[in-house]
Design a protein. Sequence first.
Length: 391
Amino acid sequence: MNGVLPLLFLLLPVAAFSGWVLGRRRSERTSGARVNELSTSYFRGLNYLLNEQQDKAIEVFLKLAEINRDTVETHLALGNLFRRRGEVDRAIRVHQNLIARQNLSDEEKTVALLELGEDYMRAGLLDRAETLFSDLVAMDALAPSALQHLIGIYQHERDWHKAIEHARRLEQATGEPQATTIAQFHCELAEQARGQGDREGARAHVADAFAVQGDCVRACMILGHLNSADNELDAAIEAFERVAELDPDYLPEILSPLLDCYARAQHMQRAEEFLLRMTERHRGVTPVLALARLYASTRGEAKAVEFLTLSLRQRPSLRALMALVDMNLRTVQGEVRENFLTLRDLTAQLVEGKALYRCNRCGFGAKAHHWQCPSCKTWGSVRPVHGAASE
């Protein structure tokens, strides 16, 4: 029944509209038999939907669309329905036939072209979709929708320059700020340049990202990596610390390179002060574990065990429990050690396979961080999962 409801809600407006059209034409027909036949067919199609006989329902609505060739909404709804069902070839044919009509208004043709472009995207024919949406933008017809689709295509193709250009055009067309998205595109360019060893180019793209969004967390993160690679340790530390100050949720992403910078610059007191601040600001266990490791190396195992034990009482965490068990394993022998090993294995099983990150828009779960959700394609929506079995 779950699959039926979306189809039913999609086609109910079609039925209502067609019923209105048929009713309006009642006076124009010499016989009411044809009207009754069409009305009966619509209700038969809806009955098929309610009984989960979707194929039969579609055949009924297809025949009605052929009979009522001037009913544009029927064809648009059918094409959309085919695309939702994955029958993209049929959706393309429906929309192409609709566009070929001579009696369409400009508005109707524009909507049909937009639907056809979405068909092409679903079919993977991105070059055709790009051409069609570009033509719609040039005609200034449904420009915001066409621009959004073009941006999606350029993101898929990783053509970040075109994505930036069209995001700016979308901002002008709608008045809705696109700074966050545009900054992400500049960061993608910075990452590309950094991956190619072009640190100067990467810095230029980071500057572009900051020009668009002054508090861009990702740009700060990239800058930290660039400064670290250039051995500008104080600047790297400032950039990484700013990431954590702007958004503590990104602390797990920058803590390892930040601690490396502290060590290379011999700023371990500053490292301890930073981690203490983060244990208060960050809800997760990452700074707790890092501070315990720091205590173990600077103040001894006993201090680290004491700190972890207190932290576990205040903030239950399976990862912290595993770290505490590991510390105790170094000091116990015999049956006690075997019991600790069993406890560690059981705890590891509870943690294993858990999603460490989740998209706060679509719910996509992942073990690693993504700047763009692989599922819904939203930027900056993938965040750490907070809980006893995760962060």
